[in-house]
Design a protein around this ligand. Structure first.
Ligand SMILES: Nc1ncnc2c1ncn2[C@@H]1O[C@H](COP(=O)(O)OP(=O)(O)OP(=O)(O)O)[C@@H](O)[C@H]1O
Ligand SMILES: [Mg+2]
Length: 401
């Protein structure tokens, strides 16, 4: 029988020796406020009487990576002269998450997201810094911590591979000592919401990826944990399955107040589930704030697309009326990009409609995906004090017609 806490595939990480951890332990001697974002943006507990549910100070994970030259010669050389380099996967992060919050933990590949989640779950031991989750140090009290959390790793299942899915659920019931009536209620509810019935009696090895992910989600929540960690829960899934998973998680947040921390590269997930976005890059938190504020502050542009009855006669007249907007025309389509803090959509429509015959129009909202992509590419800085990009006041005209 496996122990209560870790997902089956996670034991390998425990091979590394426990590090000595104490508050403020920092080889570089930099203390806590070393992130590029001031500590108070991550540690929001000041205004609350209760401590945050998840609280990290200076949380750091350093891996020792073997440096090997390629080929047999390289392997032999490494055998005799071992070389290593240190990789700071998570670099002195400060983070506080309140009960009931739903946080998207984003960042490019290799940024340190999974490493953070593994420390929060107790699978990995931090190299330095302090971490408290629901009053416990996760890696010290792995079994007690396991009762408070549910975890889904999109890349790795927690189901027992060779036995029917329902048997894995039954094992979870026994491990977590879930009372029979609660287990029956939860299993019935989750089976219906996630459509598990058709593969409940099939071994995990023989179900599809989407079925596996739904079963994993069910398994993670059978014991009603306060916290749900989702590490890329929709990776490789079709739109319908993604949708059912998002709806299910959102219902947990809204109805049960479950605290969710989600990492994903599919930004559709975050708009459905998360209110707050934390972005990590190279192990450091570079942004922590509300999704709505992020959009309001940085996604200033909106675009109105008009469908025309006939091509516009004079683009110059339209541009003249909208000097600070970017106007583009392509045959029967006309679009106007505008700063939504400077113009209302109605103003733009009012300026365009007397000049062309409009059949239909739609407004494109700011895309958070676009914003995040620009942050990853280094085109947009979210560091505090940096002004958001403002559009040029000069008219810009793109006329392809
Ligand atoms: N067990 C390990 N040993 C050595 N280095 C590791 C280990 N696990 C992760 N790393 C390194 O730490 C860094 C952060 O990895 P991590 O898996 O946390 O990234 P991530 O943000 O989850 O990326 P992705 O989006 O690709 O899942 C990477 O450079 C990775 O190579
Ligand atoms: Mg990862």
């Amino acid at each position: 029988m496996q122990t209560l806490n870790p997902p089956p595939g996670a034991h390998r990480d425990l091979a590394e020796p426990p590090a000595k951890v104490r508050l403020g332990d920092d080889p570089a001697g930099r203390g806590f406020a070393v992130n590029s974002v001031p500590a108070n943006r991550h540690l929001r507990s000041g205004s609350h009487s209760m401590p945050p549910l998840i609280e990290a100070h200076g949380l750091t994970k350093k891996f020792r990576q073997a440096v090997k030259e390629p080929g047999l010669a390289g392997a032999l050389k490494h055998f005799f002269v071992r070389q290593y380099r240190d990789k700071l996967a998570v670099d002195h992060i400060d983070l506080a998450i309140e009960p009931g919050e739903s946080v998207a933990y984003l960042g490019p590949n290799g940024a340190g997201k999974s490493t953070t989640i593994k420390m929060l779950t107790g699978i990995l031991v931090p190299s330095s810094g302090s971490l408290i989750v629901n009053g416990l140090v996760p890696y010290e009290k792995r079994q007690r911590n396991a009762r408070n959390i549910g975890v889904v790793f999109g890349q790795r299942t927690q189901l027992w591979w060779d036995i029917p899915v329902v048997e894995s659920f039954n094992l979870a019931r026994d491990m977590y000592e879930i009372p029979a009536d609660r287990y029956k209620k939860n299993l019935g509810e989750f089976t219906e919401m996630l459509g598990l019935a058709e593969f409940m009696n099939v071994p995990a090895a023989k179900i599809s990826l989407g079925q596996r992910m739904r079963a994993d989600l069910c398994m993670a929540l059978l014991h009603d944990p306060r916290i749900l960690y989702l590490d890329e829960p929709t990776i490789g899934l079709d739109i319908a399955v993604k949708d059912s998973i998002r709806k299910f998680v959102r219902a947990r947040v809204e109805e049960y107040g479950t605290t969710v921390m989600l990492t994903t590269h599919d930004l559709g997930d975050i708009e459905d589930i998360c209110r707050r976005i934390v972005i990590i890059d190279n192990g450091k938190i570079i942004h922590d704030g509300d999704l709505a504020t992020l959009k309001d502050t940085y996604a200033r542009d909106r675009v109105i697309h008009f469908q025309l009855a006939r091509p516009a006669e004079s683009m110059a007249a339209i541009c003249q009326k909208l000097p600070a907007c970017e106007v583009a025309s392509d045959g029967l389509r006309l679009s106007v990009r505008f700063d939504r803090f400077e113009h209302a959509a109605g103003e733009i429509a009012g300026a365009v409609m007397p000049l062309v015959e409009v059949i239909d129009f739609r407004i494109d909202e700011p895309e958070v995906e676009d914003l995040i992509r620009r942050v990853y590419l280094g085109q947009l800085s979210l560091a505090p004090g940096d002004e958001p990009e403002l559009r040029s006041a000069k008219p810009a005209v793109v006329a392809e017609a």
